[in-house]
Design a protein around this ligand. Structure first.
Ligand code: KIV
Ligand code: ZN
Length: 561
């Protein structure tokens, strides 16, 4: 075991994706997994296969596509029961390096009120299920859920059993984000001192951010002896989220002399990972977010600017380049050819298939006509906008709007439906965006509620490209009559209706708003289609209930009107 190496266990696709509004399509999950692999995370927790056949299929696809022998370990989560463990194990089969991650609560409050088990029963279950997982897989992680609110002596007992039964990683979740850095660091040190065999396994941190100290707790944990950090890109996750990957990685990198520890992360991939996840889930990165926020390296005050101009080190503890935020001015312009543009896109680290490349190239040409200075931030935003993987079930062919003072805003929209038919409709609204959204809804007719709409300028200047993010919630889906749009969450309950996001960039803000809305609607329809398909496949493979017994899907797969 390399004592100086801190393993980065990314759970963006499991703990992150299960948070409301962070739903991703299968292709988006795969793209995130590829980016995580490019960034060299040690372990990708790809999902929770028992949650639904769709989750199983996503984990299985990631295991197949990203789980190369020299790539990351692919982990799958499982509750402490045989069925979950079997599903996790079957899902990760195609990966070269596999891990089963099983968990059971150890706090009295969880045992009594949620699991209705005595401490003795919990210990028995932990022993049986860790043993079972180890009979299948030689890399097994055990998490005592709500560890930080558990009686320490009981926690040590549970961990001792997990080690005796073969667990190779002991993860210590601060499930409700209750701990403080000092306590958490001391807990990790106490586990190392009190759990027989703990020195032969990896101790891991898993901190939630309810008190805003998830990163501080994770760092205190490694200071106390942990050698794995569980974290997510942009800190997404349940409630206030998880420890942010970019922050823990850069803290260890920048303060290497203090910690004396290393990760294997390619830090120049951090900014891109952040942008990828943000555009897929439609949650913008706050400008003041550490490491990857737009202002993280901006010096506004005169005294700071003066210092930085004389010597960057006066006010900068790390460079924007180290995290991949160079923002180089692009030396390409509207006369640049396809070949030069492809080279530049590749130099930025993107590998686009021909179809995506063609779309991005056309958008780039269009942008050069409208904007004086196109830089890498614009290119990356175009790539993010064009390579979102929600299939174009409906394509926005044309949008026209009029609005102004003393007139009623109106819009006309033309969509191509899944059957290839074009349909046009018009509507009035309180503003141009409202009019467009009403016209689109008349055509697609899938009830939804717009719960968030945000506009951001990618670069400076009046000709800046606008980035629009929308989030919608599926509506009017009844649990008896219509399709159930939910999946099982960790506690076995059905989660609330899902939230879907859309993202687009355009120099015309209103057109970007129309495209972003189409993106969210397409994603809503695509996720539902994927779920239906996965249920059918799982049924055929003997893994799920009869999908015919599931409520009928509302998606009619056809008409555009
Ligand atoms: O926060 C938590 O306790 C978890 C466990 C399932 C590891 O996410
Ligand atoms: Zn968690």
């Amino acid at each position: 075991m390399d004592v100086d190496h801190v393993r980065i266990f990314d759970t963006t696709l499991r703990d992150g994706e299960q948070a409301p509004g962070c739903t991703m399509t299968l292709d988006e999950k795969l793209e995130v997994a590829r980016q995580l692999s490019r960034m060299k995370v040690d372990i990708i927790e790809a999902g929770f296969p028992a949650a639904s056949p769709g989750d199983w299929a996503a984990v299985n696809t990631i295991a197949r596509e990203v789980g190369a022998p020299d790539g990351p370990t692919i982990a799958a989560l499982a509750r402490a029961n045989k069925d979950d463990i079997d599903k996790a194990w079957s899902a990760i089969q195609p990966a070269a390096n596999r891990r089963i991650h099983t968990f059971m609560s150890t706090s009295d409050i969880h045992l009594e009120h949620q699991f209705r088990k005595s401490r003795g029963e919990a210990l028995e279950l932990i022993g049986e299920m860790v043993t079972y997982a180890c009979s299948l897989c030689d890399d097994v992680e055990f998490s005592p859920m709500d560890a930080t609110r558990s009686d320490p002596d009981f926690l040590f007992q549970a961990l001792k059993i997990a080690v005796e039964c073969g667990a190779t990683t002991l993860n210590i979740p601060d499930t409700v984000g209750y701990s403080t850095p000092q306590e958490y660091g001391e807990l990790i040190a106490a586990i190392r001192a009190n759990v027989p065999g703990a020195d032969g396994v990896i101790i891991s941190t898993h901190c939630h951010d309810d008190l805003g100290v998830a990163v501080a707790n994770s760092l205190a944990g490694v200071y106390g002896g942990a050698r794995q950090i569980e974290c997510t890109i942009n800190g997404i996750g349940e409630r206030a989220g998880n420890a942010s990957l970019e922050e823990v990685v850069m803290a260890l990198h920048t303060r290497e002399a203090f910690y004396g520890l290393k990760t294997q992360i390619e830090t120049r991939e951090l900014a891109r990972s952040s942008r990828t996840v943000s555009s897929f889930i439609g949650v913008p990165v706050p400008p003041n977010k550490a490491i990857v926020g737009a202002n993280a390296f901006a010096h506004e005050s005169g005294i700071h600017q003066d210092g930085v101009l004389k010597n960057r080190m006066t006010y900068e503890i790390m460079s924007a380049e180290t995290v991949g935020l160079d923002g180089n001015a692009l030396i390409l312009g509207k006369h640049s050819g396809r070949h030069a543009f492809r080279n530049h896109v590749e130099a930025l680290g993107y590998t686009l298939d021909d179809e995506d490349f063609q779309h991005v190239f056309l958008r780039f040409k269009d942008l050069c006509d409208r904007k004086k200075k196109v830089d890498d931030r614009d290119i990356e935003a175009l790539i993010a906008g064009e390579t979102q993987h929600a299939p174009h079930i409906y394509t926005l062919e044309h949008v026209q709007y009029s609005s102004g003072t003393n007139m009623t805003p109106s819009a006309t929209v033309r969509l191509i439906g899944p059957d290839g038919d074009a349909r046009t409709d018009s509507a009035h609204g309180t503003g141009p965006v409202d009019a467009i959204y009403k016209a689109i809804n008349r055509l697609i007719n899938r009830p939804n509620e717009l719960i968030e709409f945000s506009i951001n300028a990618i670069t400076e200047g009046l000709d800046a490209v606008a980035e629009v993010t929308v989030r919608i919630r599926e509506q009017g889906i009844s649990s008896n009559g219509g399709s159930d749009p939910t999946t099982i969450n960790l506690t076995g309950k059905r989660a609330a209706q899902q939230i879907f996001s859309g993202y687009s960039v355009n120099t015309d803000t209103i057109v970007a708003a129309a495209e972003a809305y189409m993106g969210a609607l397409n994603k809503m329809l695509a996720v539902r289609q994927e779920r239906m398909k996965a249920e059918a496949v799982a049924y055929a493979a003997g893994y799920a209930e009869d999908p015919g017994a599931l409520p009928v899907d509302l998606f009619d797969g056809g008409s555009a009107g």
